[in-house]
Write a protein of this length. Structure first.
Length: 292
């Protein structure tokens, strides 16, 4: 699964329309950000729970947009205290100042805060949650398809790169014996030159040379390299699992073995193959930064 994708969902109810957009990009962990209108902030914990069930890694931005019509679970009521005060003041003005005219409904409608909305039949956010939930799940379903399609494309690219690495690793292994022989030949030449000098113990020289030759052997590095590449192949056969972090770890280990083999090798061919393998591995490293 890729960590990059986009999904959109829309559901309609009798009183609202809910649109949800979800975008994801790569991140080391699950970094979730949700935005809901102020009246529906109580949806956010539920939305976060739904997202966590479908996204395991990546930066997720999920935006909920609500369009309302109808009463939306609210009724209209009159502020009786304010109405009494207004009518009382109107009566006092007529009596004390001789102002004629009666208070009309038009006059009352112009009084700020005289008419107020009040919820009826429960919390609107609770009543309308099923509509929002449907939109969230539709957005995440579309997002999942986009991430899976991108993941399939990346999988093909990575499999090709890993196959090339396996070929290079095999070529490096084929040169291990020759690498050791070249190193031994160089030591023999050096030992012969040193043995001609006075005060040099030839037995001690041969012992030291044997120790150094053993340190220059890259067989163990080749074995570990093959093991790590086999573990990468196994990740390609792990459908539904979050493999990004394990992939990243294995790439680091592969680089470590290549680096050690290159440093120890006395063979120009091995060194050249290691450089080529590192270049190929860097392409893999770039791709896996976006794998869940």
């Amino acid at each position: 699964m890729s960590m990059t994708g986009f999904g959109r969902g829309e559901r309609h109810g009798e009183e609202i329309s809910v649109t949800v957009e979800a975008r994801t990009v790569n991140h080391r962990f699950l970094d979730l950000h949700t935005r809901c209108p102020g009246r529906f902030l109580s949806w956010e914990p539920r939305i976060r729970g739904i997202v966590r069930d479908s996204v395991r890694r990546g930066k997720v931005d999920l935006h909920v947009n609500v369009r309302e019509w109808g009463k939306l679970g609210a009724g209209l009521r009159v502020n009786d205290e304010l109405l009494r005060s207004f009518l009382g003041e109107a009566k006092r003005i007529r009596e004390e100042h001789g102002v004629g005219g009666e208070v009309t409904l038009r006059d009352l409608l112009s009084v700020p805060d005289l008419f107020q909305t009040a919820p009826v039949a429960g919390d609107p956010a609770e009543l309308l949650w099923p509509v929002a939930e449907g939109a969230v799940r539709d957005a995440l379903e579309m997002l999942g398809r986009a991430r899976a399609e991108e993941g399939d494309r990346m999988k093909g690219v990575l499999q090709e790169a890993v196959a090339r690495l396996e070929v290079l690793a095999g070529e490096i292994r084929s040169l291990t014996a020759e690498n050791k022989e070249q190193a031994a030949a160089r030591f023999r030449e050096r030992i012969a030159a040193l043995s001609a000098e006075a005060g040099v113990d030839p037995v001690r020289l041969h012992q030291e040379a044997a120790i150094l030759l053993d340190r220059l052997d890259i067989t163990e590095e080749c074995d570990r390299l093959a093991s790590h590449l086999a573990a990468v192949d196994a990740l390609f056969r792990s459908p539904g699992d979050a493999v990004g972090k394990r992939f990243d770890f294995l790439v680091q280990e592969i680089f470590r073995e290549l680096n050690t083999a290159g440093n120890k090798s006395a063979h120009a061919g091995v060194s050249a193959l290691v450089v080529t393998a590192k270049t190929e591995l860097e392409k893999v490293r770039e791709q896996i930064q976006n794998i869940e």
